[in-house]
Design a protein around this ligand. Structure first.
Ligand code: OAD
Length: 240
């Protein structure tokens, strides 16, 4: 598809973000050299079965992620998306695979956390969701049903259904611009979202090509903190 010369103000833009957008905030990615899944076995950490077998190990991993997030700040890429949202209020949807809160802390309002959030906990006994404390463990008590030992991070693990898929597919079916930022496009269903946006001009921002690159109209090679502010400037200039 040829890049549109302008976008009417009522049209939707969808941004899909992955771990690469938060890397320059100091948070680890998963699949790069030295990433989280290079150091830890997914099956020991990120499945419901792992939590049943070794809850302490799983809780420790996510307690570490929460501690690292507490030291991190939004970078220029997160801030640029908020700048765009300010001028196209209600028309920017961020779908993030990230469990950090850096989009919200940059000020973005419409953020869909398809893989859950480090800020939330989930009770496996009564399914209540509530604010996570910085340290979760088997001693944690569910504030709703008072169960002990049933509180887990509210993270979507392998084998579980991502959150908000209907809202996501609806947004993709309407949007005129789809931008994937800092995702390896190796985890489904997010990896195939680019194929679910029939009317969108599609841009990928990444430091390297991915298996989804052939489905994009444009691949911008570079870091998110450099390229996202430039893309936002460009969009603001053609969206007047
Ligand atoms: P990955 O670690 O798989 O991919 C990160 C991507 O970011 C890679 O393609 C890098 O090339 C790219 N990247 C690195 N630094 C960058 C930068 N500064 N600017 C732009 N791009 C950069 O992370 P995700 O694709 O987010 O799921 O992984 C998807 C899911 O797999 C995660 O949500 C997580 C994981 O298992 C769960 O935990 C459920």
């Amino acid at each position: 598809m040829k890049k549109p010369e302008s976008f009417p103000s009522h049209t939707y833009f969808v941004f899909l973000t992955g771990a690469g957008i938060s890397k320059e905030s100091g948070l680890d990615t998963f699949r790069e050299n030295g990433g989280l899944w290079a150091e830890h076995n997914i099956n020991d950490i990120a499945t419901p079965e792992a939590f049943e077998k070794k809850p302490d190990l799983v809780q420790k991993f996510y307690n570490m992620r929460r501690a690292e997030l507490a030291k991190a700040f939004p970078n220029d890429a997160h801030k640029a998306l908020e700048r765009l949202e300010k001028t196209r209020e209600g028309k920017i949807i961020i779908i993030t695979q990230n469990v950090d809160n850096l989009h919200e802390r940059a000020g973005s309002k419409k953020v869909i956390h398809m893989h859950g959030s480090l800020e939330k906990a989930l009770c496996t006994a009564c399914r209540a969701r509530f604010q996570a404390t910085p340290i979760l463990g088997q001693q944690s008590v569910c504030p709703e049903c008072k169960s002990v030992g049933a509180v887990r991070p509210d993270i979507v693990w392998f084998g579980e259904m991502p959150y908000h898929l209907n809202d996501i597919l609806d947004a993709l079916s309407h949007c005129l611009l789809f931008v994937a930022i800092g995702t390896s496009s190796r985890v489904h269903p997010a990896a195939s979202f680019v194929q679910k946006a029939p009317y969108a001009y599609k841009i990928e921002i990444n430091v390297e090509k991915t298996p989804a690159t052939p489905f994009f109209d444009e691949h911008l090679c570079g870091t998110a903190s450099d390229l996202v502010p430039k893309l936002v400037d460009d969009l603001l200039s053609i969206c007047k």
